[in-house]
Write a protein that binds this ligand. Sequence first.
Ligand code: ADP
Ligand code: MG
Length: 775
Amino acid sequence: MNCNPGIQRLKADSFYVLSACLKACPDTNRPVRILLTSLKMLEPSTPVQYVKGIGPRLAEVLAAKGIATVDDLLHYLPFRYEDRLNPRSVAELRAGEMATVIAEVRNSGLFRTRRMPIFQLTVGQGRTKLKCIWFNAAYLQDRFQAGQMLALYGKVEEDRDGQLQIMQPQFEILGDINEEGGADEAEKKAAASLEIGRIVPIYESTGQGKLTPRWFRRIIRWTLENLNPNLPDPIPAAVRVHLSLVSPREAWWKVHWPDAGESFSDLQSSRTAAHIRLIFDELFFIELGLELKRREQKAQTGITFRLDGGVREAIKKILPFHPTAAQKQVLKEIATDMQTPCPMRRLLQGDVGSGKTIVAFQAAIIAIENGYQVALMAPTEILAQQHYFSARQILERAGYRIVLLTGSLEQDRKRDVRRHIAQGNAQLVIGTHALIQDRVEFENLGLVVVDEQHRFGVMQRLKLMKKTEDARVVTGLRPVLPGEDARRSTDCEPDVLVMTATPIPRTLALTLYGDLDVSVLDELPPGRTPVVTRSVPDERAPEVWDFVRKQISAGHQAYVVYPVIEENEERELKAAQQMHRQLREKIFPNLHVGLLHGRLDGDEKERVMREFQQGKIEILVATTVIEVGVDVPNATVMVIEHADRFGLAQLHQLRGRIGRGAAKSYCVLMRGAKVSEEGERRLDAMVRSNDGFQIAELDLELRGPGEFFGTKQAGIPSFRVANIIRDRQLLEAAKREAAFVISGPNAEISKEEIDRALREMRSRWALSYGLVEVG
Ligand code: ADP
Ligand code: MG
């Protein structure tokens, strides 16, 4: 490839290039060689101001976009491509499509309507003509001259007379050398040749429109031409072969400047060999980090729990029902982890109602029977209370000592409970995650169960894992002081089981929880009939209340859920209270209508929950505090007010509160007059599907990964080229290959290659993710 347009031109820049390379190569032992090579090449780590055409000021503009190095600049991928090699003829255009057209300016004019000025431009190809319209575009008035060639891109529509026009097209005046600034004639020509007769990359403009697609084309092209031609490839050769990966250099060239023969649809969907290389590259080093972390965890010393006949007997004894095959399988996976000497780090996924709690209790018994304490943490107080009820029913009867520790306990009581925990009297401690924050001291903690993990967020999980790993706080595993007895727990990590009811699509679990082992409860307990879900407009509320009344006279109970969105908590809480009053006084005067929301104090919450559980309260008006974990099988109806305002995952969680017994259950989604298009899609999905995995996938699509996981600000790895929804298969491949690399060296992969890959991984984790130190 023509590496360089000539040393002459480089001379003017040689100072920059040289200093860039000195910075990039800490190996200053051989300055002469650096000087010679540096005249020719940029390295990925070279700061962008050493790219020709980028001075300190533009470097600042780019820095604001996160572009600081050549590598960052190369990662600024075209967001689309224009086929200016085989442009469409106007005659081929169809209304409704997005199209690129190359045509000649004929005439233009500005029309002032009452509402806004409209700029209209007519372009032509031979005899065919096409109208282009821009609203509010007086600024375009003097932009065009007849005879100029334009590349236009936009939506084709039909006007009132059935003529085709393009609305608000993006455009480039081809060969508009004025934009090129001080370059000489030959260069202007060369630059112009980049714009036509090929597939042209279109970059998002930035810097308030100052850095145009055309500017990026020129700059990135120059960067590529001056890039070190022998870029090392940090991905081991065997992996490259497994996936037929092209070299980094080829990937960079072709992603920015695709070959003429490249499939256009592959380009637009990021499926060219060049795209795949770059996407895989990004995913591979993330997975490599997670894989290594996982190995390291495995290498730590944990507790080796015994699982003899006595323990097995104890586990069986508590079971109030026959476990499902899935529950048995998952318990086996957990028990196996617990019996091995390295600490368990396992994620248990299971749709709402799949029966995670009992599995957690069984795991707890293994730990307790081995003489250890267990902490079970829930994201809300109500859920903690709920678990406490069930634990007492199921475990206390078998003689285990259980305590509840929540923020709303009275000080004295709290102190008592803490003492029980510290002395090791309490065998199972149930609480909110304040358990960690409050530095509760355990005498001998062996197992931590975190329920409904999605509510904690990914960052919290990492912190939590870190804390249990550091473990000095939560577990009371103090370093042994001189003269002190080494307790048996002192040198061991507790096991950790994380349970989530948001069924994360498996591939995503691999990225986000790649450091955990995953178990899945993919079966509901027998005898459940799927919940019937309907979406109903508000006007039909009277019918809905009639239906509720019927269900209650048949001996069942109902929830009425009212959304309280945090930002307007105060106001909406009032609305929920009002609703409660109206239902109690006007609509169901003869029934017991209770109210449950997050602001009630602990005792009150407990009382309401208890009365609902015992059937004394027939209708429970609640905010989303009941979203997780609440378990009252006799409740068969749930009416969700303003259902369109809830997220999909949340609706599914809410609905999971019913359909827990044998009787048929009904979920009614009430909606107001105006529902957004996305709201409609959510309601529609709920009506159609009861499958948490399906719903989670759709939710993910609708909201995007950032919001889905609630991690927008939480610093989850944000991807530069990969899109974990689109690129699932590559993600799986990256995971597989990362495991393969770490299991080396072997015949396929050398130690040097592995070390190189690990070095690259560490520098990337440090730079981009900065959240977990690895290795
Ligand atoms: P989740 O996975 O949503 O936490 P729970 O553990 O609360 O689900 O279980 C939901 C309901 O199913 C509870 O009432 C529980 O007692 C019941 N359950 C769990 N496992 C079984 C089983 N194997 N057979 C019958 N009922 C079960
Ligand atoms: Mg649960």
